[in-house]
Write a protein that binds this ligand. Structure first.
Ligand SMILES: Nc1ncnc2c1ncn2[C@@H]1O[C@H](COP(=O)(O)OP(=O)(O)OP(=O)(O)O)[C@@H](O)[C@H]1O
Ligand SMILES: [Mg+2]
Length: 448
């Protein structure tokens, strides 16, 4: 069984970002504000039926966290050997060696671009190549304390395993005694949340485009038996051209399908499917519900069952009638009703996967093959004056902070806890795109 709804909300997490989204400030009492923050935060389970780890077990968990260089060689042993294979093998070995010696000192920390419960995300520049990345830094002690080791293990593995045009890619991973570092491709277009907040709501054309790209990303995860569980505008990024990239796999879980269920109560309250709130087992159907919620928010400015009071919101998700503002087209109402179908069995996306959406008239006109190849021109191009370095689309609240790799007291972790064995990772060189390389001015302005 999952935990009781409402008991796991983390009021520190992201609540601030959503302030002002809906309710006029004068209506917010202190208690209301706290409830609203709790309602808007990602729920992190305190005890997880499917991933519970005790502090003394974490060493073992950490051991399995990363892909060992030897396992990367696995396919070479079972496939016919060609010269090309051998070259790839050598390049990969070379790269793994490079990654093992990689430290935060190889990066210039440029800007803080996001903050979560376990650490922060910074825009960084790799000093030798000049390339710009997003570096997600997690504190091991926080992960252990909040029993998030298993989730981090999954995040790390999913990021490495999944390559998709609408999902962020992992480039490097390394660690110190106290922290984990994941270096991701950087996407300069900002969060969908940032654009939704400034524009109020999107046109149907624009919302359709984002929903279609997100649906393709979800389908890829589902085909790999991964449930995403945290679809929300903060976790959907835009690239410089205006295509989406799904980020943050901190709540993903592997081995889940429509029928292979999981039970952990987690996610972000507004986007939780009814079956999660009911405490029943749930499967990948929850992501299609969250897509319905996100699409509704893109089209109207607010999630469908939004309420400042967390328990009222859960009540509404479970039983309130779905209502639509007058400006929504019949096709938009129909697709929203089908995605926000309370019975997972009859929900759009849960009969034939993405094909359910492709057949719905709301998506008429989308050429899905061209969409996948990024041949459809996005309806909106973010302003990125400085190219990759640009942070116009990042909330000022983060940018004000000095980017630094804050020191952690050396004594916080002991023994096996210290080492996430083989966490280290680097993408094989052949897959790296050098086209975005910038000049390295080797300017160590910031305190590491
Ligand atoms: N690859 C990236 N490119 C640009 N910005 C990114 C990238 N990855 C993350 N960010 C920014 O950092 C923010 C926080 O990242 P992320 O969602 O992974 O962490 P989090 O919400 O703290 O995660 P967790 O739920 O695991 O604690 C994102 O919402 C986004 O604004
Ligand atoms: Mg996030």
């Amino acid at each position: 069984m999952g935990n009781k709804p409402g008991s796991e909300a983390d009021p520190n997490k992201k609540g601030k970002k959503k302030d002002g989204k809906s309710t006029p400030p004068e209506q917010k009492g202190e208690q209301q504000q706290a409830e609203q923050q709790a309602a808007q935060a990602t729920l992190i389970p305190q005890a997880q039926s499917d991933s519970t780890v005790n502090a003394h077990d974490v060493g073992d968990e950490f051991d399995r966290l990363s892909i060992e260089p030897s396992s990367l060689q696995e396919p070479l042993r079972s496939l016919p050997v060609t010269t090309e294979d051998h070259e790839q093998f050598l390049s990969l070995q070379n790269y793994t060696k490079k990654a093992q010696s990689l430290t935060v000192d190889h990066f210039e920390l440029l800007k803080v671009i996001g903050k979560g419960s376990f650490g922060k995300v910074m825009q960084v520049r790799k000093k030798d190549t000049g390339k710009i990345y997003a570096m997600k830094v997690l504190k091991k002690a926080q992960l252990i304390k909040r029993k998030q080791v298993a989730h981090t293990k999954t995040e790390r593995r999913v990021l490495e395993d999944i390559e998709h045009p609408f999902i962020v890619g992992l480039r490097f991973a390394f660690q110190t005694d106290n922290k984990l570092y994941m270096v991701l491709d950087y996407f300069a277009g900002g969060e969908l949340f940032f654009h939704l907040k400034s524009g109020g709501r999107f046109t149907e054309e624009r919302a359709r485009f984002y929903a279609a790209e997100i649906a393709m990303a979800l389908q890829c995860l589902h085909e790999n038996q991964i449930v995403y569980r945290d679809l929300k505008p903060e976790n959907v990024l835009l690239d410089e051209d205006g295509h989406i990239r799904l980020t943050d796999f901190g709540l993903s879980k592997e081995g889940v399908t429509l029928t292979k269920l999981t039970h952990t109560f987690c996610g972000t309250p507004e986007y939780l499917a009814p079956e999660v709130i009911h405490g029943q087992g749930y499967g990948i159907a929850v992501d299609w519900w969250s897509l319905g919620t996100l699409l509704y928010e893109m089209l109207t400015g607010l999630p469908p069952f939004y309420n400042q009071n967390l328990h009222m919101m859960y009540e509404k998700i479970i039983r309130a009638k779905l209502s639509f503002p007058p400006h929504l087209s019949p096709n938009a109402r129909s697709v929203l009703s089908a995605l926000l179908e309370r019975s997972p069995k009859s929900r759009l996306g849960c009969m034939r996967g993405l094909d359910d959406l492709k057949r719905h008239p709301f998506f008429d006109g989308i050429d899905w093959d061209r969409l996948y190849r990024k041949q459809l021109i996005p309806p909106f191009r973010p302003e990125t004056y400085g190219g990759k370095l640009d942070t116009t689309n990042i909330d000022d609240e983060f940018k004000r902070e000095t980017p630094r790799d804050t020191p952690v007291m050396a004594s916080t972790l002991k023994g096996k806890d210290v080492k996430f064995e083989n966490f280290t990772f680097a993408k094989p060189e052949s897959n790296l795109d050098d086209s975005s390389a910038l000049n390295d001015d080797d300017d160590d302005r910031f305190d590491l």
